[in-house]
Design a binder for this molecule. Structure first.
Ligand code: GLU
Length: 296
C-alpha cells in the first residue's frame, strides 16, 4: 500500500513537472492530482475576502494537517496532501492563485469559527460539517462531500461493533466536533468515559496505547487512519450520521460563496471532482459521488 502510494506520488509529481516545469513549492501540496492553471483576470465583485487576497497577492487557506487522505502534512517534506487540500487548491486556482500562492494554516475543529470570522483564513477546507449552529457565525459553500460518523477500534477488539456497544468504553473524539456532540447528546457512553483532544491523531495515539477503546468521527477520517495502520486498527459498524462537508467562509461574504459554489459545480460537471477523489480519498475506501450543492 505504502509503495503503491509512493509510486503513484512519484508518477504524479513527474507528470506535474512535465506539465508546468516545476515541483510543488515548500510547504505546498505535493503531487497535485489535478494541476489546474490559475485562472486569469478573475473578479469577485462585492467580496471583501477576495479584495483582501488581491491586496496580499496570496491566499490563506485553513486546513487540517493530521488527517491522511484528507488534509495531511508530511513531516519530512512539509508538503500537504489529500482530498481537502486538492479542493482548496482547485478553488484557489479558479480565484486566480496558483499553488505557490497558497499559505496553509492549520486550524483545529474547535477554532474554525473564530479563525474564519476573524479573517485569519480566507476560506477553510477541512472535514467541516455544514450545520445551522455553525451558520450563525460562518457561511458555507458546498457540500463537496458527504461523510458519516463511524467507529475506529483496535484490530483485536470484538466487543465494539456499533454505536450501541459503547457503554462503559472510553470514547475519544475532538473538542468542538459534531461527533463528540452526538456522543454526549445521545449518551452513547458515560460522561466520565468521554475523552477529548484538539486533534484526531491524538485520539488515535491513545487508541494504539490502549488508553481509550474507540475513536469516533467521520468514516472518511477514520478510514485514513486505518489505512495507515492496517495491522492494528479497523473501522467497524455502520455510519450513524450525515456529515456534509462545506468550505467555511466569512458569514457576510455571499459573493465569494456564490463564486466557490460555481467552481464546485463546474468540477462536478467536468470530471475534476472525480479525478481529485480517485487520487486521494477513493484510495482509502471511502465511497462517494458528487453531492448536491446547497445554494443559499
Ligand atoms: N465533520 C465533523 C465536524 O465538522 C467532524 C470532523 C472534524 O472535526 O473536522 O465536526
Amino acid at each position: 500500500m505504502k509503495w503503491r502510494t509512493l509510486a503513484v506520488g512519484l508518477l504524479l509529481s513527474a507528470l506535474s513537472v512535465t506539465a508546468c516545469g516545476r515541483q510543488g513549492s515548500p510547504g505546498g501540496s505535493a503531487a497535485p492530482a489535478v494541476n489546474e492553471p490559475a485562472a486569469a483576470n478573475v473578479q469577485v465583485a462585492g467580496s471583501p475576502t477576495f479584495a483582501a487576497m488581491q491586496q496580499r497577492g496570496r491566499v490563506v487557506v485553513g486546513v487540517k494537517d493530521d488527517q491522511p487522505g484528507l488534509g495531511y502534512k508530511d513531516a519530512t517534506t512539509n508538503q500537504f496532501t489529500g482530498f481537502d487540500i486538492e479542493v482548496a487548491r482547485l478553488v484557489a486556482s479558479q480565484l486566480g492563485y496558483a499553488a505557490d500562492k497558497i499559505d496553509y494554516k492549520t486550524v483545529p475543529s474547535a477554532a474554525r469559527e473564530d479563525a474564519i470570522s476573524r479573517g485569519d483564513v480566507d476560506y477553510y477546507v477541512g472535514t467541516y460539517t455544514i450545520n445551522d449552529n455553525r451558520k450563525q457565525r460562518v457561511s458555507f459553500a458546498g457540500p463537496y462531500f458527504v461523510a458519516g460518523q463511524g467507529l475506529l477500534v483496535r484490530k483485536d477488539d470484538s466487543a465494539i461493533t456499533s454505536k450501541d456497544t459503547l457503554k462503559g468504553k472510553k470514547v475519544c473524539s475532538v473538542t468542538g466536533s459534531t461527533p463528540i456532540q452526538r456522543v454526549q447528546q445521545q449518551q452513547l457512553t458515560e460522561p466520565e468515559n468521554i475523552v477529548q483532544f484538539q486533534t484526531y491523531s491524538q485520539c488515535v495515539d491513545q487508541l494504539l496505547n490502549s488508553q481509550v477503546d474507540v475513536v469516533t468521527t467521520d468514516d472518511a477520517i477514520l478510514k485514513g487512519y486505518a489505512a495507515q495502520n492496517p495491522d492494528k486498527l479497523k473501522v467497524v459498524g455502520d455510519t450513524f450520521s450525515t456529515e456534509p462537508y462545506g468550505i467555511g467562509l466569512n458569514k457576510d461574504d455571499s459573493a465569494l460563496r456564490g463564486k466557490i459554489n460555481d467552481v464546485l459545480q463546474a468540477s462536478f460537471d467536468n470530471g475534476t471532482w472525480q479525478k481529485i477523489y480517485d487520487a486521494t480519498l477513493g484510495k482509502s475506501g471511502s465511497a462517494s459521488s458528487e453531492p448536491q450543492l446547497q445554494r443559499y
